[in-house]
Write a protein that binds this ligand. Structure first.
Ligand code: HEC
Length: 210
């Protein structure tokens, strides 16, 4: 008996069902999802990001931050992400509507950054850390992103945007200052925009354990 048609049908159904499961179903379930209107302020959840933060996504991508940092808070009790303070609740599809591209990440060589804008809202701290991570966290294995900064001689008054409090071997000598490039400013604006501190009905905050 010629079993070729049967084998062909089996192979076809295998591929067709995975296509339906991985492409068609998610498209109808999530493809038309919109931000939720916030009735109190007239804004939306997730809120839209300032233009500089949108540009910062490209700098984040170009510098490979995603190789060491995830952006996803997994649910309790399957993980201890919420207990560790990575975020107040599990992240869900709607949280990523504004992200272009989405940096879910698979590695946590460094901490998850989903909520870094809440955890560390000080722009100068981020500049100091990106300039030389080991001067902020002495055991850090994060590479330095000093090339996103410029060392320059102070002309008269120090620049208002110069990075303050730098220490370590690459701190500017007297009479010099370190200023962020446009890329560094965009990257820090992006990091500060990473906040999941708004409510979503499909992801309620878990009750606090007594
Ligand atoms: C080789 C891995 C690696 C890469 C690449 C990397 N990081 Fe890190 N990052 C770390 C580690 C490890 C830490 C924890 C120690 C520390 O605070 O420096 C960290 C910490 C951080 C923190 C502080 C997090 C907190 O909760 O305190 C921020 C913000 C951060 N990284 C941003 C970035 C950005 C932005 C980039 C890309 C420009 C980047 N990292 C690239 C490894 C990395």
């Amino acid at each position: 008996m010629n079993k070729l048609p049967l084998i062909f049908l089996g192979v076809f159904l295998t591929f067709a069902s995975s296509w339906v499961g991985l492409v068609v179903y998610p498209y109808f379930a999530l493809g038309r999802m919109q931000p939720l209107p916030d009735e109190d302020t007239g804004g939306f959840f997730p809120p839209s990001n300032p233009g500089l933060a949108v540009a910062g996504q490209r700098v984040y991508a170009a510098n490979g931050c995603v190789y060491c940092h995830s952006q996803q808070v997994r649910r309790a009790p399957l993980s201890t992400d919420i207990e560790k303070g990575l975020g107040p609740r599990q992240t869900v599809a709607r949280d990523y509507l504004r992200a272009q591209p989405v940096f879910l990440g698979t590695m946590r060589t460094g901490p998850d950054l989903t909520n870094i804008g809440v955890r560390q809202p000080d722009a100068n701290w981020h500049h100091k850390h990106l300039y030389e991570p080991q001067t902020v966290t002495d055991w850090s294995v994060m590479p330095s992103f000093r090339y996103l900064y410029r060392m320059q001689e102070i002309q008269g008054q120090p620049s208002a945007n110069a990075v303050k409090g730098l220490s370590g071997p690459h701190a500017p000598p007297p009479g010099f200052e370190v200023v962020p490039t446009d890329e560094a400013n965009a990257l820090v604006a992006y990091l500060l925009s990473l906040k999941r501190n708004y409510p979503l009905p499909e992801s309620p905050e878990p009750p606090v354990k007594k």
